[in-house]
Design a protein around this ligand. Structure first.
Ligand code: SAM
Ligand code: SF4
Length: 472
């Protein structure tokens, strides 16, 4: 049994990161034969991609995917701990699984992994109050799943294996991609920024960049397999390579990935701190790097940004934002937190001013959620939840107005769309524009899996409607 430890998780050693290779665990071979699994994923793209690895490992062991958890022999919850409500959702689901196990499926095996598994308190609670959970593993030891599962099956005891130390990089973990045309490619793991509100540096460990050769090999393979889009993933992609001894950085990687000729390249998430002019030049130079940048600002008040440990002021953010706007047709999205401890009306008004200046094409807005073990959780916070909610509603009204305006600017224009499949709206196809906007349109099924021109005929807040220009 190996439990999470926050003191260990906080440490940043100078130890070199080792690269390991995934080895199939022969002892666990076939443990899934005639059994089904269901993986429920919460949180960010990083977790979605981890679930793609988890599913592939399970299928190597003989499991097949069930359509719903009620029909599965094994259910794994891949959890998120970024905000309290993500926690509550996962615990709510554990309650439902307990019911399933006691009422209709006594042999159900339940596993929990992801960021919540890295939290000391969560694991202690699971050991005391959720004994029906069969196994827990952390974000640094996903590759150990076959071994852990085998232990849980053999011993019939609760198996807990969570490495708190930052972890190495494991290459070669199998992957079952959720989308036939778009793929996630991790370029780095962990985060060293330690924004004062954020749990990620604890749950995901020290920043570790993947070797460029491994990344390019993966992208080239995707090109050969016919993928049309890659999203380079990391908590802080612009810091790629800062943990290397050489000068190979994000702008070099982005250029090399663009040169593979994959039709679309995206990257996320960008921290304003490490966004270089060189990166902007590379984005402008390569038409297959999509003009879409997610640049979280978090607050428009330099005082609050300082307390958040974001290492840039409102003015510095705006300077970078203006430079990014020189990328032709670029769409810029952001994240904003309201109600950070000590945020006054004045600070909030500054956030609104910044939003009115930037007119973001999209924004994800959150109420501050104190996370145990982070510095901000200890700050005095006099603002009531009601006040915070009022700020959030006010902010959302404004950001939504700009989403609509951003979509309306495309009315009557032709946009490039990667057609992904059938829309939720009957009889229509759907896909995403180069700027990552959802568009529904009439068209022939043969267009699925192609990048085509679509004329925008209607613009709503959350999506566009259109008409395919290429009909076949
Ligand atoms: N690495 C990215 C960055 O620095 O911009 C963001 C990663 S985080 C998974 C996504 C977003 O969650 C953050 O940008 C922030 O807005 C929000 N977030 C993180 N911690 C939060 C907290 N304690 N309360 C509310 N929102 C939070
Ligand atoms: Fe969290 Fe800040 Fe790292 Fe983003 S950069 S993951 S917000 S600590």
């Amino acid at each position: 049994m190996q439990l999470p430890d926050y003191k260990e998780a906080r440490k940043r050693s100078k130890e070199e990161i080792k690269k390991e290779y995934y080895v199939f665990d022969q002892d666990a071979a076939n443990i899934g034969l005639n059994k089904t699994y269901f993986v429920k994923t919460y949180g960010c793209q990083m977790n979605e991609h981890d679930s793609e690895n988890i599913k592939a490992m399970l299928e190597e062991l003989g499991f097949t995917e069930a359509e719903e958890q009620e029909k599965a022999d094994l259910v794994i919850l891949n959890t998120c701990s970024i905000r309290e409500n993500a926690h509550n959702k996962a615990f709510g689901m554990l309650g439902r699984l307990k019911h399933l196990k006691t009422e209709s499926n006594k042999n159900l095996v339940i596993g929990l992994c992801g960021c919540m598994a890295q939290e000391e308190k969560v694991v202690q609670d699971i050991m005391k109050k959720y004994k029906y959970v069969n196994f827990v593993f952390g974000t640094h030891n996903i590759h150990r799943l076959p071994y852990i599962l085998n232990e849980a099956f053999k011993t019939k005891k609760q198996v807990i294996e969570v490495f708190s130390k930052e972890g190495n990089i494991t290459e070669g973990i199998p992957v079952k991609r959720a989308n036939k045309y778009k793929a996630f490619v991790n370029i780095m793991y962990g985060c060293d920024k330690f924004c004062t509100y954020c749990i990620v540096p604890f749950t995901r460990g020290k920043q570790r960049s993947r070797d460029k050769d491994d990344i390019l090999k993966e992208v080239n393979k995707l090109v050969k397999e016919g993928y049309l889009e890659v999203t380079l993933l990391g908590q802080n992609v612009n810091a790629y390579g800062k943990d290397f001894d050489n000068d190979y950085r994000m702008e070099n990687l982005l250029e090399d990935v663009a040169k593979t000729n994959i039709p679309r390249v995206r990257f996320m998430t960008s921290h304003p701190w490490d966004f270089t002019d060189g990166m902007i030049e590379v984005i402008k130079k390569y038409p297959n790097i999509m003009p879409s940048v997610h640049l979280p600002v978090q607050s428009g008040s330099s005082r609050v940004l300082k307390l958040m440990g974001r290492k840039y002021s409102k003015e510095e953010y705006i300077e970078l934002f203006d430079k990014l706007r020189t990328i032709p047709n670029v769409c810029i999205s952001t994240d904003i937190i309201v109600g950070f401890p000590s945020e006054e009306e004045q600070d909030f008004e500054e956030t609104l001013d910044l939003v009115n200046y930037c007119k973001f094409d999209n924004a994800y807005t959150f109420i501050f959620s104190p996370r145990e073990g982070t510095p901000a959780a200890k700050l005095e916070d006099k603002t009531t939840l009601k006040e915070k909610e009022e700020r959030l509603y006010k902010l959302n009204d404004i950001v939504n107005k700009y989403f609509l305006e951003s979509n309306q600017k495309l009315l009557g224009k032709e946009v490039d769309v990667l057609v992904e499949g059938h829309s939720e709206k009957e009889g229509l196809l759907c896909g995403y524009t180069d700027t990552n906007k959802l568009i529904n349109f009439e068209g022939d099924n043969s267009l699925i899996g192609k990048i085509i021109k679509v004329e925008v005929t209607d613009a709503k807040t959350w999506s566009l409607d259109g008409k395919a220009k290429d009909t076949k």
